[in-house]
Design a protein around this ligand. Structure first.
Ligand code: PRT
Ligand code: ZN
Length: 283
């Protein structure tokens, strides 16, 4: 039976539980327990602090883990990155006080930088021949410059709101991160097969996110034009209607393109357009 380490509480917890639930894996996760038995798939969930997940997977305490890539890179452990999960997106960036005059990376020479990611930062500084002092602190890194503990910070940025609130500006993004599925390097054959099934379920869920299923009626004379607007997965599905001059068209459209496509389809005579949620795309 696979054991998956997930964040017990925090930013990734809810979306991780939601992904597992969409994949048919439900667990009643009590607030105190460390292990939860899941229903719907032979897995146990190990509830940990995110900092401990890379190590737990590297040691084989857990077979799999769902954690931010930033934690995996920082810990430098030997794990297999199975797939990106499409949530928890952020970057780790260097940021400096708004009033500082920035002249490029050399600005950091001789400066004190506060961070919770000393390994990633020291590698970056080394690669760029910057000689700075790294101050490792856990939590509230963004207040370090204001209280005189550091000249700059190296921290997680998502919307950028926290930097603005603390009078800081981002000057260099060093790594992009998101939640990833990681695996212990030497999984048994049996567990590898279970992992294949699980990653297949995750893949179909992730592929369907951000996609919409669109149905519409279209005058037959507009079909060629509609095909240019609707790439679909292979191509749109075209069904005949009782009225020989009309067709029913079904297509999958990325959410970001939805309104643009719909407007173009309406312009060539599409009517009765239905937009439906897509739960899974099984390829
Ligand atoms: O208790 P535990 O150790 O498990 O959790 P934690 O407190 O160490 O981590 P948590 O729950 O805060 O974050 C877990 C993971 O979420 C991180 O490792 C990242 O991979 C991912 N993630 C995504 C983020 C953010 N977005 C994020 N915005 N982690 C932290 N932040 C913080 C950031 O530190 C800063 O304080 O949010 C602030 C910046 O946000 P913006 O939107 O204002 O830029
Ligand atoms: Zn943590």
């Amino acid at each position: 039976m696979l054991r998956i380490a997930i964040q017990a509480k925090g930013r990734l917890n809810e979306k991780t539980i939601a992904l597992l639930a969409d994949a048919g894996i439900s667990a009643s996760v009590g607030s105190r327990s460390l292990i939860a038995h899941a229903k719907g798939f032979p897995v146990d969930l190990l509830l940990l602090r995110d900092d401990d997940i890379p190590q737990a997977v590297a040691m084989g305490t857990a077979d799999l883990g769902i954690v931010g890539l930033n934690e995996v890179v920082e810990k430098g452990v030997d794990v297999t990155r199975v797939m990106d999960l499409g949530f928890g997106a952020c970057r780790i960036s260097l940021a400096i006080p708004r009033e500082a005059v920035y002249n490029g990376l050399e600005w950091f020479n001789g400066k004190r930088i506060a961070t919770s990611y000393p390994a990633i930062l020291s590698k970056f500084l080394r690669e760029n021949n910057i000689n700075a002092e790294i101050h490792t602190i856990t939590g509230s890194v963004e207040i370090a410059p204001a209280v005189g503990m550091a000249d700059a910070i190296f921290d997680i940025v998502s919307s950028g709101g926290t930097l603005i609130q603390n009078g800081l500006v981002e000057v260099k993004s060093v790594i992009e991160s998101q939640a990833v599925l990681i695996a212990t390097p030497n999984l048994s054959e049996e567990k590898r097969e279970e992992l294949d099934k699980l990653s297949f379920r995750f893949r179909s869920i992730i592929d369907s996110r951000g996609m919409k299923y669109v149905l519409m009626n279209l005058p037959k004379s507009s079909l060629d034009e509609a095909l240019k607007v609707l790439p679909g997965m292979k191509s749109p599905t075209i069904l005949h209607l009782a009225d020989p001059d009309w067709l029913s068209i079904h297509a999958v459209i990325p959410e970001a393109q939805l309104w643009d496509r719909i407007e173009r389809l309406k312009a060539i005579g599409a009517e009765d357009i239905l937009v439906l949620m897509l739960e899974n795309i099984v390829k």
